[in-house]
Design a protein around this ligand. Structure first.
Ligand code: CP
Ligand code: NVA
Length: 310
């Protein structure tokens, strides 16, 4: 069966843990992996801007011995200049894997349907699984047993939040999500992760009080209030999220050892204060670095059979 990396929900606890272990191996000994994707070509097809995801997969491909081609939003105009299906079919004739960043998650699903090569979700409005794999690895590095810590996500219940929910509910962690009332995570996702949690023993909670959520937490994670594509809602969102800024007041409730996470890019002074972002407890730039190691693990897992086994 063709494997893709579209959502963490299609990965078992064992597979996610294997990907975390593979990321650790690649980070520790990159030289060992420098030829594992010799002669492969990876395409990066992005409909939105990117700094980390583009760099992680592009450079990651090169460091594994592969080539990379980046397609900017303007040059392909997928869905406008050409149908998504036709782009997928064409690229499959040239490339070995496509990393896709889209607005609508449906675009990724349509692309996958027509593609005969592996597809990686490099972010959609609904999910950001490559980010969260990197984050799980970062937490494993910093906190060791991820299942023993309380992680709090404060912010918008969209892509990053959904992937965190899938990740923690499958591996069996403790995740509390705090969003404004009208920005809760998708209802179906919440139902699904509750089912996953029954199997894994995870503790998942969704509430609307950031102060209460932060109590006794080991990790506070946030994301922008205005995601890419939502710019028109900017002023409405800034108003709605006002109480959800990660600042000293919220962190007073957390453990002294609590670490701060953010997928970046950050809007300093909106969802997070500069003081917190730059504090000694911030592991935000370690998170950014780990996107590279985890992107390499995803490519190796999808393209080299030696590393695909469960
Ligand atoms: N965190 C993340 O995906 O960053 P970019 O949007 O810069 O890729
Ligand atoms: N929620 C953000 C994540 C950026 C990595 C966005 O979609 O813009």
């Amino acid at each position: 069966m063709l494997s893709n990396f579209i959502s963490l929900k299609y990965f078992s606890k064992r597979k996610i843990n294997n990907l975390i272990t593979l990321t650790a191996r690649i980070k520790k000994n990159p030289q060992k992996f420098k030829r594992v994707l010799n002669d492969f070509t990876i395409g990066l097809l992005f409909q939105k801007p990117s700094l980390r995801t583009k760099t992680a997969f592009y450079l990651g491909a090169l460091q594994l011995g592969a080539r990379a081609i980046y397609f900017s939003p303007q040059e392909v105009q997928m869905g406008e200049r050409e149908a998504t299906f036709d782009v997928a079919r064409t690229l499959a004739r040239y490339l070995d894997c496509v990393v896709l960043r889209c607005f609508s998650h449906q675009t990724i699903l349509d692309f996958v349907k027509a593609s005969t090569i592996p597809v990686v979700n490099g972010l959609s409005d609904f999910l950001h699984p490559s980010q969260v794999l990197g984050d799980l690895f970062t937490l494993h590095e910093v906190k060791k047993d991820i299942r023993r810590i309380k992680v709090v996500f404060i912010g918008d219940g969209n892509n990053v939040c959904h992937s965190l929910l899938y990740g923690f509910s499958i591996i069996g962690g403790n995740l509390v999500v705090a969003t404004p009332e009208n920005y809760s995570p998708n209802r179906e996702v919440v139902q699904e992760v509750k089912d996953f949690a029954k199997v894994s023993g995870a503790k998942i909670e969704v509430l609307h009080d950031p102060i209460k959520a932060a109590e006794d937490s080991d990790v506070v994670y946030t994301d922008v209030w205005v995601s890419m594509g939502k710019e028109k809602e900017s002023s409405k969102r800034i108003k709605a999220f006002k109480k959800f800024q990660v600042n000293d007041k919220i962190l007073k409730k957390a453990k002294k050892t609590c670490v701060i996470m953010h997928c970046l890019p950050a809007r300093r002074g909106q969802e997070i204060t500069s003081k917190v972002l730059d504090s000694k407890n911030s592991i935000i730039f370690l998170q950014a670095e780990n996107r590279l190691h985890s992107a390499k693990a995803i490519l190796v897992y999808l393209l080299n059979k030696k590393f695909s086994q469960d």
